[in-house]
Design a protein around this ligand. Sequence first.
Ligand code: PSV
Ligand code: MN
Length: 425
Amino acid sequence: MQLNKEQIIAVNGSLEEHETDFDHLADKLTRRGVDVGEVVAQLAAFQVAIPSWALGAGGTRFGRFSFEGEPGSLEQKMEDIGVLHALTQTAGAVSLHIPWDTPTDYAAVRDIAKQNGIVFDAVNSNTFQDQPDNQFSYKHGSLANTDERIRAQAVAHNLEVVRIGEQLGSKSLTVWLADGTSFPGQRSFQKALSQTEKSCLEIYRGLPEDWSLLIEYKPYEPNFYSTVIMDWGTSFLLANACGKRAYTLVDLGHHLPNANIEQVVATLMSKGKLGGFHFNDSKYGDDDLTVGSIKPYALFLIFNELVYGMANNPQNPELAWMIDASHNIKDPLEDLLQSLEAILEAYAKALLIDQEALSTAQLEHDVVRCQEILQGAFRTDVRPLLQRARLQGGAALDPLSAYRKLGVRKRLVDERGKHTVATGL
Ligand code: PSV
Ligand code: MN
C-alpha cells in the first residue's frame, strides 16, 4: 500500500486555521529574534530511521498480543515506513535488524525503498538470540564469550551484517550486546571486557573505510547482575580502543533511574564520540514506550544539548537517529507517528532556546533567568512550525488524524489479513 500526495492534500482540507496559528506564532517568535524560516527548514530536514522490528506488535516476556494487518515480510515493512514517511516526511530511513530482516530479494527491497524515498541507515547485528544455522549457542555470551570459537562466530555474524548493509547503501553497524551475567562470580569482569574489546576491534577492522561502528550500552537485561557494556563510559572506552570511526550510541531507555542523559550527550558530543541515538521513553527501565509519553521535559533538555553540540562541536559526526520502541498495546504505526511528533516537538523547542541569552545568564550566575530561558522555549506550542515543515514537503497537516481518516489500518488488514506476524522482539 502506498499513499500519494493527492490523497494527503485532500485529507488536509482547509489550511485556514493552520495559517492563522502559524502567523500568530511566527510574529511572536520573530519579535523574540527567532529566524522562523530557518527553524522550519531545520525541522523539514530532520529524518529519523524506523527500525524494521518495530512495525509489528512487540511483546513482553509475559506474552504478545498480535496486531491485525502486521507486515509479514521486509517488503511490507518498507511499505509501512513509506506510509509513515508520506504522512510526515520525517521517516525517510530504515534500520534493519539481521537476521530478523535479511533481504531475500535485494533488488526488490532497494526498489521499494526508492519508490518511498527511504534510505538505509545503520544495520543492527543480533548475537543475543541463537539462530537455527548457528554452530554455537550465545547462551553464555557472544563477543565476550570465554570460548574463542563462539567469539569468532559472533564476529563473523557482525561482518556478514556489514556485507548485507553494503548492498543496500548503509554506512554504519550498530552493535548491542546482551553479554553479561545474572549471578556474582559467573564470569571475570576484567576478562570479559578485554575479550569484548578484542572482538570489537576485529569487527572494526573488517568495516569498509567509509563505515562507522556504533556501540550501544545497557546496564542490565537480559542479564540481571551485570552487563559487559553497561554504560556510556564503557562504550566510550571501547570506541576509543577501536578507532576514529567508532562511536557511542545512546538509547534513552538504557540508563539506571535518574541518570542525567543530557549530560551524557553533552560529554560525548564534546569529545566527538556520539554516533547515534535511539529514541523511546520509559518510567522504570528499558520500557520502550512512545517517545515523550513520560518525560517530555527530559527529552527537551537532551535536545538542547544535541542542538548546541550540532552547532558547536564540529568534531562530532552527523548522528544516526532512530526510534527504538516496542508497540505492545497501540497500533504500531500510530505509536510511531506519535513518537515522530514528540521528537520534532522537542527538537523545535530546543531550536527556540536563545543560546546567547542563556550563555549571558550563565556568566552572570543568574540561575533564575537560565531556568526562565529554558522553560520559556519549552512552554511554547511549536506545533504550527511542525505543520508548516510538513506542508512544505507535501505531508499531512496532522499525520495521526490523516492516518485514521484514510483508513490505513483497515486497508492493511484487507490486504494482509488479520493474522500476519512481523519479526522482531
Ligand atoms: C536492546 O534493548 C536494543 O535497544 C538494541 O538496540 C537492540 O538491537 C534493540 O533494542 C532491539 O531489540
Ligand atoms: Mn536500542
